[in-house]
Design a protein around this ligand. Structure first.
Ligand code: CMP
Length: 170
């Protein structure tokens, strides 16, 4: 037999077909509060341990213009200016994660927007402080994911590669 990965594939028990599961990408941002609180490793580790595949990653202080484009749907809301101030206040990390039902999976892992209401065990429930400083952002639908990924990444910044345990993660 060949490599460990080949052996694992050869001995694999075929998975039960999962209706409604679609392999998709989602956009995730680790916000300036989480970067400043040294939570990046913890948060990236959670998405990794779930079995999602990191397809892209960068770190930057996002410009006001980029923040305005990202959060255009919130223009005029009472928290809008505060949100822009917050997300541009320091470095943040932008990522693309890929996997089965990645959009919904990551939203569940992140928890409710209001960290005081987020369930214990979710990222916001475990680490978040309030409704604005809520540690992470993730796309709320496949359409939003497509738009947000394009906002932060070009095609040649996204990576496709095999994972040795990929046969367990379908
Ligand atoms: P996010 O998931 O990035 O989507 C929009 C963001 O606006 C949200 O997380 C919060 O950071 C912020 N936000 C939403 N509602 C409020 C609110 N009521 N007060 C302050 N900030 C908010």
């Amino acid at each position: 037999m060949g490599s460990p990965a080949e052996m694992a594939r050869a001995t694999r028990v075929p998975g039960v077909a999962q209706p409604g599961v679609v392999v998709e990408k989602t956009f995730v941002m680790i916000k300036p509060d989480a970067v400043g609180r040294r939570l990046c490793g913890e948060l990236i580790g959670r998405y990794e341990r779930k079995g999602l595949r990191l397809a892209g990653l960068k770190m930057q202080v996002i410009s006001r213009e980029l923040a305005e484009r990202h959060y255009a749907e919130h223009v005029g809301k009472p928290f809008y200016q505060g949100l822009l101030d917050f997300v541009t206040s320091g470095p943040s990390i932008q990522m693309v994660w890929e996997g089965p039902n990645a959009v919904e999976t990551v939203r569940k892992m992140n928890g409710a927007t209001d960290c005081q209401k987020a369930d214990v065990g979710t990222i916001r429930g475990d680490f978040g402080m309030n409704t604005r400083n809520n540690v992470v952002h993730a796309s709320d639908s496949a359409e939003t994911a497509e738009r947000e990924i394009k906002l932060y990444f070009s095609d040649n910044e996204l990576w496709d590669y095999p994972m040795p345990d990929g046969h367990w993660l379908e």
